[in-house]
Design a binder for this molecule. Structure first.
Ligand SMILES: Cc1ncc(COP(=O)(O)O)c(C=O)c1O
Length: 429
């Protein structure tokens, strides 16, 4: 019997009248999978509850931030304490200094850091600073990597071949992406070619060190190191977009996990403990390009907001004090992927399971997924059917083939086994 979702249906029918598509961020509309978006009333630990009282095991975790699970009591206590002191000052506060000190201690590659309000803002600002620092305009991004919705980064990902920028969204003028060049993920030759075709013109290379917006694609051995070398030899700034991987793979993120040091790094999600926060940081000489020290303007009314800082600071402190969280999370991720692979094997299906640490993705394709082109071989109709079955059983997965499964410290083996059990039923095992 299907879940009762009448209240969500009623709310969605009202929402579409007054909010474009009924949602404040597109993928929440379930457009890629069909079906009815759920309206959530409560979140606790690894669970979500919707308006109709249905309970779900949450594998999104607010798209990454909730690494400790929802409403961690320690994070909540810090937020409550700050709210009593004031919601926003628009002036300096000690928590901003503590936050910056904590980040620079946790990630030694970050010598200075500036707080902003979202991942989009972090990336946009890092690119501006990189351009200001190098005095160059062109940037290289990778097909299938998402870096937020700033104009210059909304470039059609294409087929993974090198292309000059073509806007992937209406409303983005060609001029805004003219200087955005696209290379193929895990393909150093495509990057080398762009460097040699644009000598002394590339300001920066921006990359998700684990590509987690085309499912989950790990960097091949040598890929990140190769980018480091190419940037160094061409005088370009290497930016790791760690909005997803930051403080998730390890306390020092992908930088520590893969042992490659970028010049700049961008954060979001976990750094805010569930509040709207982003940050960019890195080498002192580059960061000092930002106003008021340098000539690159970047600002924010609510940047470093004390309530948001308290939430993020508390979450980061918990992660820092308890490094075993990462061992456990990464072990759970391995267990989950192994379980999925066993189910697929028993069902005689050739589908692929990718992942690293607490990030995973089941692709409905028989091809190894190593870049955007191979990710696109997935059968999204099959994924949609699987998604609708799984949510009806109480498993809240990302509503698109190309979203990651996020685990949190609140998930248990019981949760994972329940979800694997439901997968067995779906695949007839
Ligand atoms: C790697 C990456 N960079 C940047 C962003 C943009 O972050 P935000 O949605 O906070 O603007 C995202 C969002 O999912 C992301 O995954």
């Amino acid at each position: 019997m299907s879940m009762e979702i009448e209240k969500s249906k009623e709310l969605f029918s009202r929402a579409v009248q007054v909010i474009p598509g009924g949602v404040n961020s597109p993928v929440r509309a379930f457009s890629p999978v069909g079906g009815q978006p759920r309206f959530i009333t409560k979140a606790k630990g690894e669970y979500l509850w919707d308006e109709d009282g249905n309970k779900y095991i949450d594998y999104i975790g607010s798209w990454g931030p909730m690494i400790l699970g929802h409403n961690d009591r320690r994070v909540l206590a810090a937020v409550h304490e700050q709210i009593d002191q004031g919601m926003s000052y628009g002036a300096c506060a000690d928590i901003e200094v503590k936050m910056a000190e904590l980040i620079t201690e946790m990630v030694p590659a970050v010598e200075m850091v500036r707080m902003v309000n979202s991942g989009t803002e972090a990336v946009m600002s890092a690119i501006r600073v990189a351009r200001g620092y190098t005095g160059r305009n062109k940037i290289i991004k990778f097909a299938g990597c998402y870096h937020g919705h700033a104009d210059a980064l909304l470039v059609s990902a294409g087929s993974g071949l090198m292309t000059a920028g073509v806007p992937g969204s209406a409303g983005v003028p060609e001029g805004a992406v003219r200087d955005t060049l696209t290379a193929s993920y895990n393909d150093l030759v495509s990057v080398e070619r762009l460097f040699s075709e644009n000598p002394d013109e590339i300001a920066c290379v921006i990359v998700e060190p684990v590509a987690a917006n085309m499912g989950v694609v790990e960097p091949k051995p040598g890929f990140l190191e190769g980018l480091r070398d190419l940037c160094t030899s061409n005088g370009a700034v290497l930016i790791f977009d760690e909005v997803i991987t930051g403080f998730r793979l390890k306390a020092d993120g992908a930088i520590g996990y893969y042992g490659v040091k970028p010049d700049l790094v961008t954060y979001g999600k976990i750094i805010g403990g569930g509040m709207p926060v982003g940050a960019y940081g890195g080498k002192r000489a580059i960061m000092e390009m930002a106003a008021p020290v340098g000539r690159v303007y970047q600002a924010g009314t609510l940047s470093g907001n004390p309530v948001a800082m308290r939430a993020g600071y508390e979450q980061l402190m918990i992660l820092r004090r308890n490094p075993t969280i990462y061992e456990e999370l990464n072990k759970m991720g391995e267990f989950f992927r192994k379980g999925m692979r066993q189910i697929l094997e028993s069902a005689g299906l050739p589908y692929k399971v990718n992942g690293v640490g607490s990030l995973s993705c089941l692709y409905f394709t028989d091809q190894e997924v190593t870049d955007y082109a191979s990710a696109q071989t997935s059968d999204t109709e099959k994924f949609a059917d699987y998604f609708r079955f799984m949510i009806d059983k109480g498993n809240y997965l990302g509503p698109s083939q190309f979203e990651a499964i996020f685990l949190s410290d609140a998930h248990t083996m019981k949760d994972l086994n329940q979800t694997l059990f439901d997968m067995c039923e779906y695949f007839g095992v």
